[in-house]
Ligand binder design. Structure first.
Ligand code: ADP
Length: 278
């Protein structure tokens, strides 16, 4: 327990050994005694299709490249895309009532609903509480041994399911992913507000598909016009904004299941902050 402990987990974002509940008083899902997860980073977005899974994958790849034991909990139960980005199609096995995570080519441990379904094209048409229950099981009943960083690909949006997931896991920090289209609306502010209300620090915002670099003239084109990302970040006191361009090579790598081979420094600052260098 920290010496500054207020004994009120509701208002404290720290994940100390005494912590038993998340913000809003929800009890955290209990981890099994064989798992050891040191830091949990949640990746959220106001809506689907903005690149949340891509950012989760890229951050995990970067943490792994730095030599950390890295894991991904794919909490996007109705739209899992992590297995495909890493070309991991195996089925999960269990030992002593515990599910074993599947390891990617470079050794990132992951758990996703696709590792459990017979046919990955089967739609998951479960109601909210069942989805939240599955995510809690991914936390409690998977053998997460010796994990330095776990990245959680959260369900998109700010509804009941992402909220419950959020409240069930002891999250240390949040990355909010947006796209410029999203920024013209209030969706991103809702996502930022949800994170703020959870009492967990927002590490930074990623504006994905921010611009496009023409391979003929090499100029940056802001297809969606100038975004108001800086104003939103300032309004909420968020210091870090990273931008990822719309990138053909990146899309091809993800589609081919080779996200571990991506090149690009767009998220380097985010990794440095997580790593405590900034
Ligand atoms: P989300 O998790 O928010 O639903 P994804 O990460 O699955 O979104 O991305 C949606 C689609 O857009 C994927 O096919 C992905 O490869 C593509 N995509 C995402 N970001 C980029 C980008 N910066 N450049 C090119 N394609 C991208």
């Amino acid at each position: 327990m920290s010496s500054e402990c207020s004994n009120n987990c509701n208002t404290c974002g720290k994940n100390c050994s005494n912590r038993k509940e998340g913000a809003s008083g929800n009890p955290f899902a209990v981890n099994n005694d064989k798992s050891d997860i040191k830091k949990v980073i949640a990746v959220v977005s106001g809506k689907g299709g903005v690149g949340k899974s891509l950012v989760t994958s890229m951050m995990s790849v970067m943490a792994r490249r730095k030599g950390y034991n890295t894991a991904i909990l794919d909490a996007d139960i109705t739209g899992p895309s992590i297995p495909k980005s890493f070309n991991v199609m195996e089925k999960a096995k269990s030992v002593d009532d515990m599910l074993l995570p599947i390891e990617s080519k470079t050794g990132i441990k992951m758990m996703s609903i696709n590792f459990l379904l017979d046919d990955e094209t089967t739609p998951v048409i479960w109601r909210g509480p069942v989805i939240s229950g599955t995510v809690k099981q991914f936390w409690s009943e998977v053998l997460w041994e010796d994990v330095d960083y776990m990245f959680v690909d959260c369900p998109p949006g700010t509804g009941d399911v992402p909220l419950t997931v959020f409240q069930s896991l002891p999250v240390d920090g949040i990355i909010v992913v947006t796209s410029p289209q999203e920024l013209v609306s209030t969706i991103v502010e809702k996502a930022v507000n949800m994170a703020t209300m959870m009492g967990v620090p927002i590490i930074g915002i990623v504006e994905n598909m921010s611009y496009f670099v023409c391979d003929k003239c090499n100029e940056k084109h802001f297809i969606y016009g100038k975004s108001n990302i800086e104003e939103i970040a300032n309004k909420y006191g968020i210091k870090l904004v990273c931008r990822i361009p719309m990138d053909k090579k990146l899309r091809e790598l993800v589609d081919a299941g080779q996200v571990e081979d991506f090149e690009g420094q767009w998220l380097d600052e985010m990794m440095e902050v997580i790593d405590g260098h900034k």
